[in-house]
Design a protein around this ligand. Structure first.
Ligand SMILES: *Cc1c(COP(=O)(O)O)cnc(C)c1O
Length: 391
């Protein structure tokens, strides 16, 4: 037996790149009694989930469901089903998650062209358009909210370029859904997937995904089935639609959690929720700059739900994070991939996106930075954030 295991675990303020804290109503939903995965009452909850997912994803797509597993299961379902061996695939890569999609597309047998941008900028839609033409791409994939860099990627021009060329567009909305506007149908995106534990504020374990009619036709007429049985969308849909064909045992409590999380999003209202994330994110960013720090992501493309802050010269990135966790019970993220040790990643997702968290974080962070020798102006930071919150 481990002597220092803490269970029940300590309470933290989760302000990293995910998971974010779950709403108490979501946690309570998970304690409701289990039903069988074919119980009529459970099937009604699944149907209701589909309806709410369509509303939150802003789509009329019939094929809308949640894959069992975290966001990566949604990514793998999208890529493995859309990409067929020999397909030319164009992937926009300006951070870690774009790179992950490209790797998956290669495993699916695609011939992958990466259209790259520096980590901190979005991918240039014109460069994607050129690559789609040159490669005669069948599938195009892009990350809407690149959690590794804090960049918001414009999706609409990329989806339009793909559509003109007859290619399907996959959009990773893992970090954006429920925090910043996701407009599946208005964008003309074909496959959009997300996760429960970022701006939807449920525990990790399910991945919403929606598929356009065009993409569904392509997927349904595949000659070679996808290389994943568990994430074969045709088999998943046969369980989620009226056929109710057994495929896997639905993660019952996760479906309850997702259902309650979606209810909370719709009760708050999507527009109000986006506005809340925007206001708190901008306040945090104003505060950090007033403190004397530099933000990493290109201005004009900064995500309100995930902020990357440059580590000042001579400051130990990991030591500050440790101090935040141990002294203030705040979790933030470190840099991923090429940004390791160079940035902090501060999330304001879902339940974590509150004015109180913005102000508490700025005070705690500023204090630790001062102790480490960086002349953080905490008062200016709090004033700038408070002004942004009021304005
Ligand atoms: C978190 C994240 C993922 C992966 O999701 P997991 O739930 O960790 O599997 C994929 N894409 C983006 C943009 C993410 O932020």
């Amino acid at each position: 037996m481990s002597a220092n295991v803490h269970f029940p675990p300590p309470r933290r303020i989760l302000m990293g790149p995910g998971p974010s804290g779950a709403h108490p109503r979501v946690l309570r939903a998970m304690t409701e009694p289990l039903l069988g995965h074919l119980d009529p009452d459970f099937l009604r909850i699944m149907d209701s989930c589909r309806e709410k997912l369509r509303a939150v994803l802003r789509t009329a797509n019939r094929v809308t469901l949640a894959t069992p597993g975290t966001g990566t299961s949604g990514m793998e379902a999208a890529v493995m089903n859309a990409v067929q061996p020999g397909d030319d695939v164009v992937v926009g890569v300006c951070g870690y998650f774009g790179g992950r999609i490209a790797e998956m597309a290669e495993r699916a047998g695609g011939r992958v062209t990466r259209v790259e941008a520096p980590w901190g900028a979005p991918v240039d839609p014109e460069a994607v358009r050129r690559a789609i033409r040159e490669r005669r791409a069948r599938v195009v994939a892009i990350v809407h909210a690149e959690t590794s860099t804090g960049v918001l990627q414009p999706v609409e021009p990329i989806a339009a370029a793909a559509r003109e060329a007859g290619a399907l567009t996959i959009v990773d909305c893992v970090t954006s859904l429920g925090g910043v506007p996701v407009e599946t149908d208005r964008w003309g995106a074909d496959i959009v997937y997300s996760a429960t534990q970022k701006c939807l504020s449920a525990p990790p374990g399910a991945a919403p995904i929606t598929v356009s009619d065009e993409a569904w036709q392509r997927i349904s007429s595949r000659e070679v089935p996808p290389n994943s049985w568990y994430l074969d969308l045709r088999l998943l849909e046969a369980y989620w639609d009226e056929r109710r064909t057994y495929h896997h045992t639905a993660p019952i409590s996760m479906v309850y959690a997702l259902h309650e999380a979606l209810s909370l999003v719709l009760e708050e209202g999507l527009e109000a929720r986006w506005a809340r994330h925007e206001r708190n994110g901008r306040a945090l960013q104003a505060g950090l700059e007033a403190m004397g720090l530099t933000l990493h992501a290109q201005p004009g493309y900064r995500l309100p739900v995930l902020t990357t802050v440059k580590v000042p010269e001579g400051i130990d990135e990991a030591a500050i994070r440790k101090g935040l966790l141990e002294r203030y019970s705040i979790e933030v993220g470190g840099g991923l991939g090429e940004l390791r040790g160079r940035v902090w990643r501060v999330g304001l997702m879902g339940e974590a996106s509150t004015p109180g968290n913005v102000l508490y974080f700025l005070s705690a962070f500023g204090r630790l930075l001062r102790e480490a020798g960086f002349r953080a102006d905490i008062r200016a930071a709090r004033e700038a954030a408070a002004a942004a919150l009021a304005g």
